[in-house]
Design a protein around this ligand. Structure first.
Ligand code: NAI
Length: 331
C-alpha cells in the first residue's frame, strides 16, 4: 500500500513519518496543494490525503484520481467545504474527514483567553511598559470561582470547557438544543439563550455554523449580556455579528472579548500577509485593542491535535483500502 500526503506542513512531518513507521506503510510527502496540475503525482498511489483551505473543486482533480485508481480523498480537517461532494460522488471518490481531534486543545484555549481577560493581563502589561507597576483599582480582578460561565453548545468542545471551568470552581451553566447526558455535576442547563446571556460573567460559543446559528449573537440579544461580562468565541466567526460586539465593547457594556475566529478570517488564517490587506476589515481595530485578544484560529494548534489529525486521516485511508469500508465519510 502506498499513500501520497499532499500539502504537508513542517509541523505535521513527524506525525506522518511516525504513522508510516508504526503501520509499516509507505507514505510519501508532497509539500504542494492538491490541484488539477498536481493531481497526476498521485499516479501509482492507493490513497491520498490533503489539508487545505484552497478549494478542491476542479473536475479534472476527481476525474484524474479516478483514472489513476484512487477512490478516496482523506482530508486532515474536520470541515470538508473545500471539496465538491457532487463531483466526488460522480467519480466514485469518497471524501473523509477527522470529526474530532482534541476537544481539550480548544477548551484549554478558552480557559486561557478567559483567564487573561479576567485578570487584565493586557492592561497590566501596557501599564508596565510605561513604567507603571502600581496596583490600580482599574485592574483589580474577579476570581473565576466567583464567576458564572455560560457555555453555548455543550457538545464535545463545549462540555470539555465546562469540565475545565467546573474544576476551577466556577459555576457553569449551559444552553443547547440537545442536552448532554453527562451534564450532572458539571453544568446546569438554562431554558433559553437570553437566560444564559443575562446570567453569565463569561459567555463562550461552541456551536457549528449553520443557517440556524448564523449571527446567533446579534445586536438585539447581545444587550442581555451582563455589564462587564467577557465574551469568548472559538466556534466560528459568523456565529456573532462582529459590528454588534464591537459596539458593546466600545460602550463598555462588555468588558472584553477573546476571539479565535472571525467572519473575515480567510483574509489571514495561516498566512503571512501585508497588514494593509486588513485595512478595510475590523481586524486592525480588533488586533490593537487592550480589551480584545485576537488569536487567528490557533485554538486547535497543539501537538496532540495535529498528531490526531494526521493519524486519523491516514487510518481512514488504510481502513478503506484494506476493507472497503468508508470511515468518517462525507459522501
Ligand atoms: P459538537 O457537534 O460536539 O457540539 C456542538 C453542539 O452545538 C451540539 O451539542 C449541538 O446540539 C449544539 N447546537 C447546534 N446547533 C445549536 C443551536 N442552534 N442552538 C444551541 N445548540 C446548538 O461540536 P464540537 O466538536 O464541540 O465543535 C464545536 C464547534 O467548534 C465546531 O462546530 C467548530 O465550528 C468549532 N471548532 C473550532 C476550532 C478552532 O480551532 N477554533 C477547532 C475545532 C472546532
Amino acid at each position: 500500500m502506498k499513500i501520497l500526503a499532499y500539502h504537508v506542513q513542517e509541523y505535521e512531518e513527524d506525525a506522518v513519518r511516525n504513522w508510516a513507521k508504526n503501520n509499516d506503510i509507505c507514505v510519501d510527502i508532497e509539500y504542494g496543494l492538491l490541484t488539477a496540475d498536481s493531481v497526476d503525482k498521485a499516479k501509482g498511489y492507493d490513497g491520498v490525503t490533503t489539508q487545505q483551505v484552497i478549494e478542491v473543486k476542479d473536475e479534472d482533480i476527481y476525474r484524474k484520481l479516478k483514472e489513476n485508481g484512487v477512490k478516496q480523498i482523506s482530508s486532515r480537517t474536520a470541515g470538508v467545504d473545500m471539496f465538491d461532494l457532487d463531483l466526488a460522488k460522480k467519480y466514485g471518490i469518497s471524501i473523509t474527514n477527522v470529526p474530532q481531534y482534541s476537544p481539550n486543545a480548544i477548551a484549554e484555549f478558552v480557559v486561557t483567553h478567559t483567564m487573561m481577560l479576567l485578570r487584565n493581563i493586557n492592561q497590566i502589561k501596557a501599564a508596565q511598559a510605561t513604567g507603571n507597576f502600581k496596583w490600580e483599582k482599574k485592574v483589580i480582578a474577579k476570581e473565576i470561582r466567583n464567576c458564572v460561565v455560560g457555555i453555548i453548545g455543550t457538545g464535545r468542545i463545549g462540555f470539555t470547557a465546562a469540565k475545565l471551568f467546573n474544576g476551577l470552581g466556577a459555576k457553569v451553566i449551559g444552553y443547547d438544543v440537545y442536552k448532554n447526558p453527562e451534564a450532572e455535576g458539571v453544568l446546569e442547563y438554562v431554558p433559553d439563550l437570553e437566560t444564559l446571556l443575562s446570567e453569565s460573567d463569561v459567555v463562550s460559543l461552541h456551536l457549528p455554523l449553520t443557517k440556524d446559528t448564523y449571527h446567533l449573537i446579534d445586536k438585539d440579544n447581545i444587550k442581555f449580556m451582563k455589564d462587564g461580562a467577557i465574551f469568548i468565541n472559538t466556534g466560528r466567526g459568523a456565529l456573532v455579528d462582529t459590528e454588534a460586539l464591537l459596539a458593546e465593547l466600545d460602550s463598555g457594556h462588555i468588558k472584553a472579548a477573546g476571539l479565535d475566529v472571525l467572519e473575515c478570517e480567510t483574509l489571514y488564517v495561516n498566512q503571512e500577509i501585508d497588514k494593509e490587506k486588513l485595512e478595510d476589515s475590523p481586524v486592525t481595530n480588533l488586533m490593537t485593542r487592550d480589551d480584545v485578544n485576537l488569536t487567528g484560529h490557533f485554538a486547535f494548534f497543539t501537538e496532540t491535535a495535529v498528531d490526531n489529525l494526521v493519524s486519523t486521516s491516514l487510518d481512514n485511508i488504510k481502513t478503506h483500502i484494506e476493507t472497503g469500508e468508508v470511515v468518517n465519510g462525507m459522501n
